[in-house]
Every structure is written in C-alpha cells, then in structure tokens.
Ligand binder design. Structure first.
Ligand SMILES: C[S@@+](CC[C@H](N)C(=O)[O-])C[C@H]1O[C@@H](n2cnc3c(N)ncnc32)[C@H](O)[C@@H]1O
Length: 298
C-alpha cells in the first residue's frame, strides 16, 4: 500500500510520534491481570508500539499485531528491535547477560507461593539504554530463544502479520486468543466495509476468542467519521449507507453473542474534539464480558 495515497484505512505513518514513547495511557485502564500469560491479538497494530508494550511490559504470553498496510507492519518489526535495544539486560540463571526478560514469578503469600494468585511478570526496565545508543550504533541483535519459556518473553513473544483481518485469516487465529484489542480501528473498518463489514469484524472476533476471552474495543466517536469520509469519494458513498452508530455497538455485540459490557474508563488523551476544538477528546474505554460464553468488549 503506497504512502502517497490517502490513508483510507487509518493507516497513518508516524501515528505514534506525538504519543508517549513508552506506556500508552490507554493500556493503563485495562487491568494488567488480563494480559498475564495471555494470547493477544492487536487488530490494526499500525507501527506496533502498543503490541510491543503488551509483549514487553504486560506479561503477555504471545502478542500478535496485524495490520492491512505492509509498510506499517515492516515498521512494527523495526520497533520490536528498537524496543529490545533499549531494554535493560537481564541476568539469566546461567549468568548470561543481554538476555530477554526472565520468567514470570508467582505471587508470594504468608503460606508460601499461591498458584491461584495473579502471576506478575518480572520486568526489565524498557528505557535502560538512551535512544541515542540505537541511533549511533544501530539496533542490538536478537539472540535466538534458548529454551521454550523464552518464547513467551519479549521480544520472542511478539509477531506481526500483514492482512485485512476482517476478510483474511492469519496463521495464529487457529489457536485462538484470550484478548482481541481493537483500538481506534472500528471507524476505518466501518467506513470501508459498511455496517456489514463491521458486523463481520465483530463476528470474526467472537469466533477467535477462547472461552472466557475478552474483546477490548476503543470505538471512535461518530463525529470523527465526518472528516474521514471527506478523504475519499468511496468512503463518502459508504458513509451514506451506514445505519449503525457507535452507540449501537454494544447491542450489536450482544446480538452476536458477547456478554455484559464493562466500561473501563477514559484516558484523557487523544485528539482534539471536532465540535469543541479547544477541548481534548478523551477516548472512551468500556468493556463487556460474557461469562457464559467467552467475550468482552471495551
Ligand atoms: C488509526 S490506526 C490505530 C492504531 C492502533 N490500533 C492504535 O490505536 O494505537 C488504525 C490502524 O488500523 C489498520 N487497519 C484498518 N483496517 C484494517 C483491517 N481491515 N485489517 C487490519 N488492519 C486494519 C490501519 O492500517 C491503521 O494502522
């Protein structure tokens, strides 16, 4: 997909340049326990910043980022190497340095190790080396994972794929996911595929979630569709046919089989509100869970 064409899928290049370098505030409203040991799919991963953070700092067992734009996916692989190059080296059991973050540790109680307690990842400092090191000397090589457990730690636990995930499967789908994230992507799927495309997307998410899994959705507000559809005549035409509105998404998801909604909150960051340009538009983060089946929705 060429950079010279309009980003009609929201496939912005340099999207993260105005965001915090580490720690996306949207992730802070999602309980860490959701991610620990989880298989996570990040639909519309763009340049992979959020996917890498989930893999590195949230204790995910596997984080898969998928994006429709191959140039962004290639940038996401570079981000992985960049993040790895800044990470604090970990001392492993055999005394090696420069290894990925160590194994996850169990929470201790007065009676000893509690296997049911939340598993907390043993984290390396993500900003141990200054960014200038990578600029001056290039990225550090990534050693191969020496044992199975390392496959579940950064950077071995993150992978990226190019696909229009609404219409194409990727290899990792077959094993299912504990979490599917869709941050700031529903508008683009909606404008490109219409109500039918968005509903297909929600159905696909439902089908790949494991039992007890969660769908975490950050829907864009309807007001923001106006600017996007001016980008391209096809989006404009599609927009005319839209009957679903973001406020209907909860009931659409419940019709598909998702359960109760959990509203995770607002982060207070984001772009400017189109109606009130002086005011910040806080993205809404809400969630819903189906305890009988398997799903959750923000
Ligand atoms: C506005 S960006 C949001 C990036 C990221 N999710 C975030 O919030 O930080 C939307 C991303 O979704 C991707 N995208 C849009 N439609 C897609 C589709 N059908 N399948 C996969 N990726 C898609 C775009 O290429 C773009 O990178």
């Amino acid at each position: 997909m060429s950079q010279t064409t309009q980003p009609v899928h929201g496939n912005y290049h340099g999207y993260y340049m105005k965001r915090p370098f580490f720690q996306d505030p949207r992730l802070s409203v999602i309980p860490d326990s959701y991610f620990i040991g989880a298989r996570v799919l990040d639909v519309g991963c763009n340049e992979g910043w959020v996917t890498c953070e989930i893999a590195q700092s949230k204790g995910a067992g596997k984080a898969v980022g998928v994006d429709i734009d191959d140039t962004l996916v290639r940038a996401a692989w570079k981000r992985r190497r960049y993040v790895w190059s800044m990470q604090e080296p970990q001392q492993t059991m055999d005394g090696e340095r420069d290894a990925p973050a160590g194994p996850k540790k169990r929470k201790r109680t007065s009676e000893g190790t509690d296997p049911s307690a939340t598993m907390e990842p043993q984290l390396s400092r993500p900003d141990y080396f200054p960014a200038s090191c990578e600029h001056m000397f290039g990225p550090l090589p990534i050693p191969p994972a020496s044992h199975g457990k390392q496959q579940e730690t950064f950077p071995h636990n993150v992978t990226f794929r190019t696909a229009d995930w609404v219409n194409q499967e990727i290899l990792e789908d077959s094993e299912g996911y504990n979490i599917v994230l869709a941050l700031s992507v529903s508008k683009w799927i909606h404008l490109n595929g219409g109500d039918e495309g968005l509903t297909r997307f929600f159905r696909r998410v439902h089908s790949v979630l494991r039992l007890g899994g969660r769908f975490i959705l950050e829907p864009q507000e309807w007001e923001s569709y106006a600017k996007a559809r001016r980008m391209d005549p096809r989006l404009k035409e599609n927009a005319h046919g839209l009957k679903l509105r973001p406020e209907h998404f909860e009931s659409t998801l419940q019709d598909i089989g998702f359960g109760g909604v959990e509203h995770l909150g607002q982060t207070g960051e984001g772009g400017r509100c189109s109606r009130h340009p002086g005011r910040k538009r806080p993205p809404r983060l809400k969630s819903c869970q189906d305890f009988d089946d398997q799903s959750m929705y923000i």
